[in-house]
Design a protein around this ligand. Sequence first.
Ligand code: PMP
Length: 362
Amino acid sequence: MISFAGGLPAPELFDVEGWRAAFDRALSRPGVLQYAPTEGDPALRALIADRETRRGLPTRADDLLITTGSQQALTLVATTLLGPGAVVAVEEPTYLAALQCFRMSGARVVPVPGDDQGILPEALEDVIDRHQPTLLYLVPTFANPTGRTLPATRRRALARLAETHSLWLVEDDPYGELRYRGTPVPPLAASGDRVISLGSLSKICAPGLRLGWLRAPATLLPSLAVTKQAADLHTSTVDQAAAATYLATTDLDAHIARLRTEYRTRRDAMIAALPAATPAGTTWMDPDGGMFIWLRLPGETDTSATLRTALREQVAFVPGAPFYATTPDPSTLRLSFTTNPPARITTGMHRLAAALSSSVPN
Ligand code: PMP
């Protein structure tokens, strides 16, 4: 089976030796097997604050809460700010597990209309007037599942609307550093004080670490920390100490540069294979970064039926429907290009071509 389904980093690019050394050194730290503060390891918070500051988002260690992956940060935000009757605005389609998280809190999820560049600020204004959402959830850079990036002007407009209407913006950014083309767009959080931003080591180091962080205004961070305390007291002390050691002793930027070079090649291999693999009339986004290519097949194709054919051909993808908050477009699907090396991508795309030619109506 060649899977283009999960958003998994390439396993052969994990820095196994670097992490082995970091865990080894971390275990010699006094207190590393003891309970620790909920907010996180002070050394790790300081190192992440430095990275965020260098990326153009001035951050102090005290602005951060270390979380068990950014998925936990989403749960903390939902538990702290939402409840039955609350409204969450989202771009559509959007990250499936965020939708699950918001729904579990009892909130109602309302999509904000947009275009190929993301949501439209004037459409958000309309949603605010009609539904009074508590927060707007966004993956503004190399979104999951679409790969699209929200332009700087729209980011500033959203930040202004958030200030005017006392709306929280949740900027979920696990992919921002995986850029293969173009220049970085300033983080949403750099434009205003109503932004909670979520970061993660999952895509730039390894998802098995389960290490992420949340950067929030001082008015909000203490209540998020109380929620985290109730959830798990704190993220693993050992893992945090290893990450602090790793960040202090390794050139993470050089590692990310290697990821970028390799993932760029993989994206290019998949994009190059798409015209021959898909029926006429298929459209897709060619992303500047991240992990995903989002496709729309022509006509009335139902990609969950196509998936059954694809699995018989030994290739997998994710049908697009579950990424929609409301009415799904069943002819969409998501391909992940990071997990497989280029030659396997090419083989997988031949299999996908076979599946599509036998299942898509002409
Ligand atoms: N947000 C988005 C947009 C994601 O794509 C993912 C992972 N697929 C997450 C959050 C969760 O990541 P983590 O491993 O940091 O919990």
